[in-house]
Design a protein around this ligand. Structure first.
Ligand code: F6P
Length: 319
């Protein structure tokens, strides 16, 4: 069996771990593994390289992706189907394993399925916003990374009082990362794009927390529309010093955590098994905490929302 890995969209911690596990497993079973350099655009232009355990093992714990990704919507090209089929035939590829976020799994996986190309999707994004799975590859590492900043902020917040700290996470237009980190960090407030908030409430809550604890920690997602101006606004409203930390893309390039390495090992095994079982289309998902293979496309699930009860508790707790 000859399998091609494609990384599409934003990279995420854990991709290299899957590649290392998979190549080791596949090689032991007499299979061959290849990777596209540059996502689907790389497949169409023939950038297909062999992957081996010797090559990938040193990458298992590295962030980013050994295989370059791409967001180019090349499958929209008129002759994409023929080009893809031709590239796969040229390299005698039997099936594809696709790393991708919401857009990739919603758009690319159905096309490959329609074109009769066996494909297993691996939900991969630090945003954790894919309907139909509880956890995406990379989310746990991105949360872990944020705690380095949280710990530093709590240390200085304790040592020198009278400051409001804002910690901004990535997350695109979703708030899963911000909410999870706020919850784990014991933040005094959290803002996510999915739920509205009131400026007066925010100013009053942060002021009260500074008066009580000496400092206040607000965690917010980059997707909150006011995020760029919030530090200045909060200072105007409260007259308390505001200090702003933005994790930015350093968060996406976080080192893979234990949780993501364990998920990566499941993804590799479940994908390999599925392809050997002759499954045409599938996705490795996490349901009730367990990684498993979802047969068929990941369609028809309602969009996920950050847990409202946690959001209300963080913002409502009398602390
Ligand atoms: O991959 C998801 C994500 O990291 C989001 O959290 C973030 O908003 C976005 O990608 C950033 O995309 P780009 O790297 O294109 O700036």
């Amino acid at each position: 069996m000859r399998t091609l890995f494609v990384v599409s969209g934003g990279d995420a911690p854990g991709i290299n771990t899957v590649l290392a596990h998979y190549t080791a497993l596949a090689t032991a079973h007499g299979d061959e593994v290849f990777g596209a350099q540059g996502g689907l655009a790389g497949v169409l232009s023939g950038q297909i390289v062999p992957l081996t355990p010797a090559l990938l093992t040193p990458w298992a714990g590295q962030s980013g992706s050994y295989l370059l990704s791409s967001r180019d919507p090349v499958l929209k090209q008129a002759d994409a189907r023929e080009q893809l089929a031709e590239a796969l035939i040229r390299h005698s590829i039997d099936n594809v394993i696709l790393f991708g976020g919401d857009g990739t799994l919603r758009y690319v996986a159905p096309l490959l399925s329609e074109w009769g190309i066996p494909c297993i999707g691996l939900p991969t994004t630090i945003d954790n916003d894919i309907a139909g799975t509880e956890q995406t590859l990379g989310f746990d590492s991105a949360c872990n990374y944020a705690y380095q900043a949280v710990d530093g902020i709590l240390a200085t917040g304790h040592a020198l009082h009278q400051r409001i700290f804002i910690l901004e996470t990535l997350g695109g237009h979703t708030g899963f990362l911000a909410l999870e980190v706020a919850w784990g960090a014991g933040a005094h407030a959290v803002l996510v794009p999915e739920y509205p908030y009131d400026n007066d409430w925010l100013a009053e809550r942060l002021t009260r927390m500074v008066n009580r604890h000496g400092y206040a920690l607000l965690v917010l997602s980059e997707g909150v529309s006011a995020s760029r101006t919030l530090a200045e606004d909060i200072f105007k409203w409260t007259n308390i010093r505001v200090r702003d930390t933005r994790l930015g893309h350093a968060q996406r390039g976080a080192k893979p955590s234990h949780g993501d390495r364990a998920l990566a090992a499941y993804m590799a095994r479940l994908a390999h098994q599925a392809l050997h079982d002759g499954i045409q289309t599938g996705t490795v998902v996490v349901r009730q905490g367990r990684p498993l293979l979802h047969e068929g496309l990941l369609q028809g699930y309602p969009p996920r929302l950050p847990a409202r009860d946690l959001y209300d508790q963080i913002n409502g707790d009398e602390r």
